[in-house]
Design a protein around this ligand. Structure first.
Ligand code: AMP
Ligand code: MG
Length: 352
């Protein structure tokens, strides 16, 4: 598995290069810090405030992430674990505030994605062993187990929210926010940064990020990860408020009897989604970008366009298993591709 450290390096370098070239007369300093949360390294780069203000903001955000990590962990005990236990009882209960909005938001996105993004398949994810930080050494579940879990048909629409009360009509539903928590958390942290007077920052969690503002009115330049998991495939300029999320088959995987199984599960088959190597989505909101990257990965080269339209996503880049790049014209105009001689398949225009 590629180390997080390795994956972050090109992104940081590009961000820093963009900043250094932007300053002619007076350079604005990037105050960068790094901490661990959600099993990944989080890089926070702040521009345009004093060192003291940046340090206070960083300490607050680090604390936020530690709390979110605890609250939303799919397999450690905590609020989400409690919600999952109560879901299994079929009774109505009061949802902890740290989980309530997440359920509401992810339910909406699951519906828009036609349930290809389906955080209700926690039992299936458990069966595959992808709730472990290092699944290498695992083996695929028995086909009968997968069949049984598929027959239970857990979906976010099984969850009935009535104010702060929740009930699941399906006791076999288990929430797993592995595909969404990072994005949702980054949005909350960006709101918090703004409340603290920070207007120019990048919050980068293992290569998935949200940027706000721009240093000295120049765009941030961000690298898009190569589907091999190593280095950059392209770069894109970002200014204002945008998130870039990538879902790739290289992130969590194991090999069994010569076959490699990755962690993005097609909820229709119960097996790792086929046909896609990686998907990158740009969207203002990190939560939507995170959910959409996962959903479009599952949708694959033939169906990503339809699901992107339904989810209101305007910029998509999908690399299929043959290495062909599928994207919409608006994404192409923004990209600076690092490799020549790439096979590119352009889709029709997505909703502008
Ligand atoms: P991501 O890297 O954002 O695509 O998220 C992948 C993680 O989300 C996996 O490790 C699982 O925990 C979970 N997951 C896998 N497949 C799905 C799916 N189809 N819908 C929602 N969550 C999923
Ligand atoms: Mg995701």
């Amino acid at each position: 598995m590629i180390s997080v450290q390795k994956r972050l390096t090109p992104i940081l370098l590009l961000i820093l290069a963009a900043l250094i070239t932007s300053g002619c007369e007076q350079q604005e300093e990037v105050i960068a810090t790094r901490f661990l949360a959600f099993g990944t390294l989080i890089d926070l780069s702040i521009v345009g405030v004093s060192k003291e203000q940046a340090a206070a903001a960083t300490a607050a955000i680090e604390k936020d992430f530690a709390q979110m990590h605890k609250a939303w962990h799919a397999w450690d005990p905590g609020p989400l674990g409690r919600v999952n236990r109560l879901i299994a009882t079929g009774t109505s209960f009061v949802v902890p505030p740290s989980v309530l909005e997440m359920i509401r938001h992810s339910k909406q996105l699951a519906i828009e994605s036609e349930h290809l993004f389906n955080p209700a398949i926690g039992h299936l994810i458990d069966a595959w062993g992808f709730h472990s930080d290092d699944p290498e050494g695992h083996k695929p579940p028995h086909p009968e187990i997968i069949d049984q879990l598929l027959r239970q048909k857990p979906r976010m629409t099984d969850l009935e929210l009535d104010g702060i009360n929740l009930r699941s009509s399906n006791p076999n539903l288990k929430l797993d926010f592995g595909a969404f928590g990072k994005g949702f958390g980054i949005d909350l942290a960006i709101d918090h940064l703004r409340q603290m007077g920070i207007e120019n920052a990048i919050l980068n969690a293992g290569g998935d990020l949200r940027a706000i503002g721009s240093p000295r009115n120049r765009p941030w330049r961000i690298a898009i990860r190569h589907p091999s998991g190593k280095g950059a495939l392209a770069s894109v300029e970002v200014s204002g408020d945008e998130s870039i999320f990538t879902s790739g088959d290289y992130e969590r995987k194991f090999t069994w009897k010569g076959k490699t199984y990755h962690h993005i599960i097609d909820p229709r088959t119960g097996y790792p989604a086929r046909g896609t190597s990686s998907v990158t989505v740009i969207h203002p909101e990190a939560a939507t970008a995170d959910a959409a990257a996962t959903a479009l990965f599952v949708a694959g080269p033939d169906n990503w366009y339809n699901i992107a339209r339904k989810m209101g996503v305007k910029y998509v880049l999908l690399v299929d298993k043959t290495g062909t790049i599928h994207m919409n014209p608006a994404m192409q105009t923004r990209l600076k591709l690092d490799e020549k001689k790439l096979k590119i398949q352009l889709s029709p225009v997505l909703a502008e």
